[in-house]
Design a protein around this ligand. Structure first.
Ligand code: NAG
Ligand code: NAG
Ligand code: NAG
Length: 589
């Protein structure tokens, strides 16, 4: 594709936009603060849903939301990894502002529940804003924003410290190891024997040192070191076979209490649904904010038997369909309680599907539709373009589709606005209030530039040229796919943000509004249009950088390593384990 001056002729439309521009200061929804229900899927691709063009996957409930509300087609996550994207969602700010983005390729999210990084306590989440406005706020499902700072039970980063009145779910995230079939339990007697043997073995090298320091005789150093290594090896093997990843990361909490360690993964989704329904029943007098943060559709794709084999796409598809069914159950209770007209419902995914998730021929990760790339990549559309659906009957038009760029960070000021809260004035908020656009009071998204980071590295800039609606995208850095002709980083499993990446000077420029699949690289042209677009973007980057302040990095190496003294544990460390939950599931859930 080549540049032509036609690209600019559309700018004449500017005058038309202004004719329709009605700036309204009044807020029609102010006197009736709505209830708010937010659904966030984990790793779901935009191409997995019926309402985003998938005609072979069955997602009738999410499709119904789109039919009854507004569907955003250029809705963008602020990062293509869970922890930073969710931090931005909760705070309305680029994750680099809160230190929730990484300079290391190895730790781009929180890796251990017993680590010390997390969403800083001086960040103000939308839950906190709404709580201050009298909302009852609940988080049910995944958190993944850290837990403790300095001691096991300080829970400084806990959802209850970030504006939620109620929390039920996983403070961490689903992992393959959460599946009990992958890490068989060792029974208690054997565990104790192994533990005693490890301690005994560990004492041997110390005993060997005694004669040396007592001045009797000297055991050669090599012998001491070898026995120490053997003891360490034995300890490590014991530790791994004990299933520590599952036991330590896959836990379930209610508020500050650990109720299952390890979590029973086969029951957890039914429990999440049960909790969501009872939260609505309990607070139906409103106003309430319920954030349902699904464990779906992250691997290992924990799916009820009832749904296994239902879809055409193996376990992945079954898991998507189960999540859709859960959305339906929650929408049903909203209807049953006559809350529909007074409830703003939102559905999204934290970022795109993970292309590298495959097991043999089986697909375990999502489908990003026509968009290039996926989870973990900084700027390619497939990693960050996600579903975005808003339903609020009577206030928002039904069946409306908006193609302008919007961000998950916009939820923050949008919720603040509908709840009549005040935005914090002492910090930059990157999101924009979406209500005028959703209601049709304005015809364009307020976003002019969006910056797409991979960790702390700026990879891509998006320019929504408002006078003509064109959306330009410039990639300064792109990941190197492996194999080279492939579509993702299959060999390493996740594309790096720095190091082995490709730098582009001049940047790769695309017109996303006409070429959403990013296939046609625009080339410098005679009229100098290419240069002027790039110049405009570079100026924007300069301005943006001026607003960034140095903050402590939450994913530093020290923060992300596992610290025994921070490990949440019910029971006696290191034999953590309990099951305090009455997990009888009502029929039908
Ligand atoms: C629907 O989703 C499945 C599962 O992710 C995917 O394999 C398939 O290609 C999608 N179909 C369409 C038409 O997008
Ligand atoms: C919701 O609003 C619509 C349109 O105004 C109305 O017909 C319907 O009865 C309302 N439903 C409830 C439960 O209030
Ligand atoms: C939070 O505290 C850190 C230092 O601990 C500071 O750098 C940062 O600016 C603070 N953030 C806000 C939003 O006040």
């Amino acid at each position: 594709m080549n540049f032509s001056s036609n690209d600019w002729s559309c700018c004449a439309l500017i005058s038309i936009y202004f004719l329709f521009w009605r700036v309204s200061g009044s807020n029609p929804s102010m006197n009736s603060r709505p209830n708010i229900v937010l659904f966030m899927a984990d790793d779901l691709g935009i191409g997995d849903l019926g309402c985003y063009g998938n005609n072979t996957m069955s997602t009738p409930n999410i499709d119904r939301l789109a039919r009854e509300g507004v569907k955003l087609t250029q809705h963008l996550a602020a990062a293509s990894m869970c922890t930073p994207s969710r931090a931005a969602f909760l705070t309305g700010r680029y994750p680099i502002r809160s230190g929730m983005s990484s300079s290391f390729n190895m730790n781009r999210a929180i890796l251990w529940l017993g680590g010390s990084g997390g969403l800083p306590t001086n960040e103000t989440t939308f839950a906190k804003l709404l709580q201050q406005r009298g909302y009852k706020t609940g988080l049910i499902g995944k958190w993944h924003q850290g837990l403790s700072c300095a001691s096991r039970n300080d829970h400084c980063y806990h959802p209850l410290n970030h504006g939620f009145d109620y929390f039920f779910g996983m403070p961490f995230t689903l992992l393959n190891e959460c599946q009990s079939t992958k890490t068989p339990e060792i029974h208690r007697a054997l565990r104790i024997k192994l533990w005693i043997s490890s301690v005994a073995l560990g004492l041997v090298p110390l005993l060997l040192l005694i004669p040396r320091f007592a001045g009797w005789f000297k055991v050669p150093w090599t012998v001491v070191i070898i026995t120490a290594l053997v003891a360490a090896l034995f300890f490590t093997i014991w530790y791994s076979s004990y299933g520590f990843t599952r036991r330590w990361n896959c836990i379930l909490m209610r508020n500050h209490e650990i109720i299952q360690q390890p979590m029973k993964e086969e029951k957890v989704n039914s429990m999440i649904l049960k909790e969501a329904l009872s939260f609505i029943e309990k607070y139906k007098r409103g106003p309430f904010l319920l954030f349902v943060s699904f464990l779906h559709v992250h691997i290992p794709l924990v799916t009820k038997e009832k749904f296994v084999g239902r879809s055409k796409y193996g376990l992945y598809g079954d898991n998507v369909e189960e999540m859709d069914w859960m959305v339906g159950k929650i929408l049903d209770v909203i209807d049953k309680e006559y809350l529909r007209n007074n409830t703003l419902v939102y559905f999204t995914s934290d970022h795109g599907g993970r292309l590298e998730s495959q097991e043999g021929k089986f697909q375990l990760g999502g489908w990003n539709g026509m968009y290039k790339g996926g989870k973990g990549m900084g700027g390619w559309e497939g990693g960050i373009r996600v579903p975005g659906i808003f339903r609020w009957p009577v206030i928002l038009p039904a069946g409306k589709v908006i193609n302008d760029p919007t961000s998950l960070m916009d939820i923050y000021p949008t919720l603040s606005y509908v709840a009549g809260a005040m935005l914090p004035q002492d910090r930059v908020i990157d999101g924009k209030n979406l209500m005028p656009l959703l209601e049709g009071r304005v015809f364009q998204s307020e976003h002019e530039f969006l910056f797409h980071y991979c960790g702390i590295y700026l990879h891509t800039v998006r320019w929504h040229q408002k006078d003509c609606g064109t959306v330009w995208k410039a990639h300064y850095v792109t990941p190197k796919f492996q194999p080279e002709e492939g579509k993702a980083c299959y060999w390493s499993g996740l594309c790096p943000c720095s190091g082995d990446v490709t730098y582009h000077d001049p940047p790769l420029l695309f017109d996303i509004s006409r070429d959403p699949s990013e296939e046609h690289i625009l080339t410098p042209d005679n009229e100098g249009l290419f240069d002027s677009v790039i110049k405009k973007m570079e100026e924007a980057v300069k301005q943006h950088r001026k607003t960034l302040m140095p903050v402590p990095q939450q994913f530093s190496v020290f923060n992300t390593i596992w610290k025994p003294w921070l490990q949440p544990c019910c029971g006696t460390f290191p034999f953590c384990g309990c099951d305090k939950e009455d997990d009888t599931i009502p029929t039908g859930l």
